[in-house]
Write a protein that binds this ligand. Structure first.
Ligand SMILES: Nc1ncnc2c1ncn2[C@@H]1O[C@H](COP(=O)(O)OP(=O)(O)OP(=O)(O)O)[C@@H](O)[C@H]1O
Ligand code: SF4
Ligand SMILES: [Mg+2]
Length: 321
């Protein structure tokens, strides 16, 4: 079976800055792909490109292509792309707290999606909204539907944003940091709900997060971005057991050893370079304790790993480090 979503060598610029460079990964139905990397690595840009929203922030695709269910997104008309988003592709944007309209009742904000994308009547749309709210374990759904966003907790608002993403009956959900602003218990509940939906409905989920703990718990595959390039892409088991890229290894090293985060929050030294200051060669080299001469001059080409994954590091030779 071919993948539902395929990125082939995707490159994106904003102005004269190259912010994504030849990013490739694929996602199948019933699968959760975690897209990880520190702040500024290009996760949201990838999400905006997949959902066709890149022009809104002045970005453009300069290379590669995105296939959704075999369709080349670049060949679609603007109206077809708009139909896909909200319909077959549900998008949970980063900062959902601002994604809801403060002056519209919650129910109406969910209803409109199924009216628009599934052609439902007002009455059927509301029934669907209440049903989705129940699936998302929102208590007293009828009362919540009549409420305004400011009357709900962060966790409830987040569930509503997910309900909006689900309302058009999507095949793919792109969820950009869907739990970041929430407390740990609510985070766990929302991740559990999302994974349940993937398994029950055969959805595909692109889960963007900087939390490797969430990735280990929820994802099937992982794509690791660093400074706009893909560092590694693997199934979750091998990635955690034998990371092939030093950056992946460093991210795994950042996972708190216990729930309180005590005893080992080893942040990675330094920060992701900005696009104005990408270093030559491997962009991770100034922070990599394994760097050798070639790393400072030559970009490591992505290469396949024996387990159906891929890595871009001069020292990874078809196996892990
Ligand atoms: N509208 C924009 N105009 C110019 N540069 C931008 C714009 N949006 C993002 N960038 C740049 O693109 C790079 C990637 O940004 P992006 O928002 O995709 O990162 P991210 O991985 O989602 O980070 P975070 O974890 O903080 O959400 C950053 O260097 C950022 O400064
Ligand atoms: S290519 Fe070199 S600098 Fe980059 S991650 Fe591999 S060893 Fe480190
Ligand atoms: Mg982001």
């Amino acid at each position: 079976m071919s993948a539902l979503l395929e990125l082939h060598g995707l490159s994106v610029d904003i102005g004269n800055r190259s912010l994504l460079e030849e990013v490739s990964f694929s996602l199948e139905r019933s699968q959760i792909l975690g897209l990880v990397g520190e702040s500024g690595s290009g996760k949201s840009l990838t999400a905006l490109t997949i959902t066709g929203l890149l022009p809104l922030i002045g970005g453009r695709v300069t290379g590669g292509r995105i296939l959704f269910d075999g369709m080349d997104m670049a060949q679609l008309s603007d109206s077809s792309r708009r139909k896909l988003r909200g319909g077959r592709i549900g998008f949970v944007m980063q900062n959902p707290m601002t994604a809801l309209d403060p002056v519209q009742r919650i129910g109406e904000q969910v209803d409109v999606v199924s009216r628009l994308h599934l052609g439902l009547s007002h009455r059927d749309a509301r029934a669907r909204t209440l049903d989705l709210m129940a699936q998302l374990r929102i208590p007293e759904a009828k009362a919540v539907a009549e409420a305004y966003p400011h009357q709900l907790s962060g966790g409830m608002k987040q569930r509503i944003v997910i309900a909006i993403a689900l309302a058009g009956d999507p095949d793919l959900i792109v969820a950009d940091e869907p739990t970041t602003a929430l407390d740990v218990t609510v985070q766990a509940q929302i991740i559990q709900i999302l994974t349940g939906l993937v398994r029950e409905r055969g959805l595909a989920l692109l889960l963007i997060t900087h939390d490797m703990g969430v990735v280990a718990q929820a994802c099937d595959r992982v794509a690791v971005l660093y400074a706009g390039r893909l560092a590694e892409e693997r199934a979750v088991g091998p990635l955690f057991e034998t990371p092939a890229h030093p950056y992946t290894e460093a991210l795994i090293g950042c996972i708190p050893r216990d729930e309180m985060g005590a005893g080992g929050l080893n942040g990675i030294q330094g920060t992701v370079p900005s696009a104005a200051n990408f270093p030559p060669g491997c962009r991770f080299h100034p922070r990599c304790d394994r760097a050798v001469d070639i790393c400072r001059t030559t970009r490591p080409a992505p290469r396949p790993l024996s387990d159906n994954g891929g890595v871009a590091c001069h020292l990874a030779q078809g196996g892990s480090l």
